[in-house]
Design a protein around this ligand. Structure first.
Ligand code: AMP
Length: 607
């Protein structure tokens, strides 16, 4: 008998999940489905992402809800729009053989009118991010008086993102007697508190030891000098020609810059962060899912909940501020029983952080060495040989050209031809890596280097200056001179001290003397330009200049290059989630925290 039937799931659902390739329940499904199917327990599940959580609560919901009734009976709250869409589409696919199942996704940054219309048409399962949900509740557009089940998915992340109050308000509109099912990758005190406040004697399930990372993921770290981090990163990528990876940066700026540098260097990469419009994010995600994008450079928030199969590597270009986020990041690989590698590129001062993560994961990292130029060339060469060997030949198409090709090659021996084919790609790597330095840092060297400031400034490194980002650029009609005037007027610093100014499309960079950087940042707090909040940030940038700047890929060939850069994207703050203030602030609406989590200072468990 199908093991899901044995767990109590009905045939039409089992058939649908069989089509998705679910043959056996994952451990969390095996243990939670029988409990949740009773419909009589509150539930706390401590489980990592990628363990099959969605079906663990989704399948019981489909069994428990009365789909003859056209009213909301289950509410699933989750932290991000991506996860919201993912859960919605997963549940719809489990229910594809059932009738009258109505699941609606409610999330910020998309038309609220469309969502209201869908709700009006009737819905039994609402999947929502808290901000938009509260907005809709505030409009009295939904009736939660028949809600029987509330699922809090990735509860730790929702609290991390400052949704505590919103969740409280939403839950207060649901009936007392509902059952609450909470899933979380980690169990900090705040999540415990929710469990205590909202649940009665919940059934608790811990998959594996607490906070233990997925066993299918190997963790590696590389120690490099800060200024050589980008070069080291590229080497790791070059050493893994088949990489299909997500690269995590700490800030939106860093994300954007690394993606731009990679694109410039001929890599198939793009960025995903909160300053992109929803449309842009969707487009990037579609390309990544379709695998026409090889490297997705992302911030923690933007990449939460992403479920893309077969991600081979997660690369921590910068370690996250919170240890828990490392678990979330690495959980993007090693999904559904596959194996994956999570890499951290660090400087010697960060080894302590690696040890902390090891303690939380209960798992050791392997210290890996940045491959030498020779290693990369060898790997690329055999990658190419392998590709040639395995390429699918379209006889019909190619046959017509064979006589001419043979004619061209008639002077050459088989060995000569092979050498030439191999050299075609390989020469670029050989050239590039000919005198490539060893990028592995000894601890001492890094320490000295980290003592120095090495801000990046266009074509050179200037230790006396701090590079700042401002969210104004040529689209706001700023020239370099205008921007200089604007900066000096607002912050009262002397224009002569200002260094390089780099005006881009929707943002710019400028350098100010180190001892004036804070004054500038402070002066712009609350500043407004034509009704828009002006944002100044320290530019984290790719650390230092590139020690291997001329990429072997930039001469063409290799991976397909994308059309246009990602530099001149439209920044749209409207993409952020808004929420109803419940009348408290008087303004009706507020940006749910004023800032996205990527910007926010407050962190839970910092290194
Ligand atoms: P989740 O933790 O719900 O995001 O699921 C992680 C991945 O595992 C998703 O791609 C699911 O489609 C897949 N998955 C969930 N349950 C099973 C199962 N029983 N068998 C195979 N794949 C599964």
């Amino acid at each position: 008998m199908n093991p899901f039937i044995e767990l109590g799931i009905r045939h039409d659902i089992v058939n649908a999940i069989s089509d998705l390739g679910f043959e056996n329940p994952t451990p969390i499904q095996e243990q939670s489905i029988p409990v949740l199917l009773t419909g009589s327990n509150d539930f706390v599940g401590l489980a990592q992402t990628g363990t099959g959580k969605t079906a663990a609560f989704g399948l019981p919901l489909l069994e428990l809800i009365d789909f003859d009734q056209n009213k909301p009976q289950a509410l699933i709250l989750c932290p991000t729009r991506e996860l919201c869409l993912q859960i919605t589409s997963d549940i719809k696919s489990y229910a594809k053989n059932m009738h009258n199942v109505k699941v609606v996704a409610v999330y910020g940054g998309a038309s609220i009118m469309d969502q209201l219309r869908e709700i009006k048409r009737g819905v039994q399962i609402v999947v929502a991010t808290p901000g938009r949900m509260l907005d809709i509740i505030g409009r009295k557009a939904i009736d939660f008086s028949d809600i029987q089940y509330v699922v809090l998915d990735e509860a730790d992340e929702m609290l991390n993102m400052g949704f505590q109050e919103d969740i409280n308000e939403i839950l207060s509109t649901t009936p007392e007697e509902k059952k609450t099912w909470l899933f979380s990758a980690t169990m900090p005190a705040e999540v415990r508190r929710i469990a205590k406040n909202y649940m009665t004697d919940p059934f608790e399930l811990t998959m594996g030891t607490k906070n233990t990372g997925n066993v299918n993921i190997e963790h590696e770290y590389y120690v490099v000098k800060a200024r050589e981090k980008y070069a080291a990163f590229k080497r790791i990528v070059d050493f893994n020609p088949e990489i299909f990876g997500i690269v995590f940066c700490r800030t939106k700026i860093e994300t954007q810059e690394i993606a731009e540098s990679l694109i410039k260097d001929g890599y198939n990469a793009d960025s995903l962060h909160g300053d992109l419009s929803q449309q842009q994010r969707d487009k990037v995600m579609k390309r990544y899912r379709d695998r026409s994008l090889q490297l997705l450079i992302a911030t923690d928030v933007a990449a939460r909940g992403i479920d893309v199969s077969d991600v081979t590597h997660v690369i921590n270009y910068s370690l996250p501020d919170e240890i828990e986020n490392y678990t979330h990041r690495s959980g993007r690989t090693g999904r559904a029983g596959k194996t994956g590698i999570s890499i951290a590129i660090i400087n010697a001062k960060e080894i302590g952080k690696i040890r902390q993560i090891e303690r939380v994961l209960g798992k050791k990292f392997v210290k890996a060495e940045i491959p030498t130029g020779f290693d990369v060339c060898e790997k690329q060469l055999f990658g190419l040989v392998h590709k040639v060997h395995n390429v699918a030949v379209n006889d019909q198409q190619i046959d017509q050209y064979i006589p001419r090709i043979m004619e061209e090659f008639k002077e050459l021996s088989k060995e000569d031809i092979i050498k030439r084919f191999a050299s075609l790609e390989f020469n670029r790597f050989l050239d590039y890596y000919k005198n490539a330095p060893d990028l592995n840092a000894s601890a001492d060297e890094s320490r000295v280097r980290d003592g120095e400031r090495t801000p990046r400034s266009g074509s050179g490194v200037n230790a006396d200056y701090t590079r700042l980002f401002i969210n104004l650029g040529s689209v706001d009609n700023f020239t370099r001179g205008d921007l200089l005037g604007y900066i000096c007027n607002t912050s009262k610093i002397n224009g002569r001290g200002v260094g390089k100014i780099d005006v881009k499309g929707v943002y710019s960079f400028f350098e100010v003397p180190n001892d004036e950087a804070q004054q500038v940042v402070d002066a712009f707090k609350g500043a407004n330009f034509q009704g828009r909040e002006v944002r100044i940030e320290l530019s984290g940038a790719a650390d230092g200049e590139r020690s291997e700047s001329r990429s072997p890929r930039s001469s063409g060939g290799g991976y397909p290059r994308r059309e246009g850069g990602s530099g001149n994207r439209e920044r749209r703050d409207g993409g952020r989630e808004r929420s109803y203030s419940g009348g408290g602030s008087g303004s009706g609406f507020r940006d749910f925290s004023g800032k996205s989590k990527e910007d926010r200072g407050e962190r839970r468990r910092r290194f």
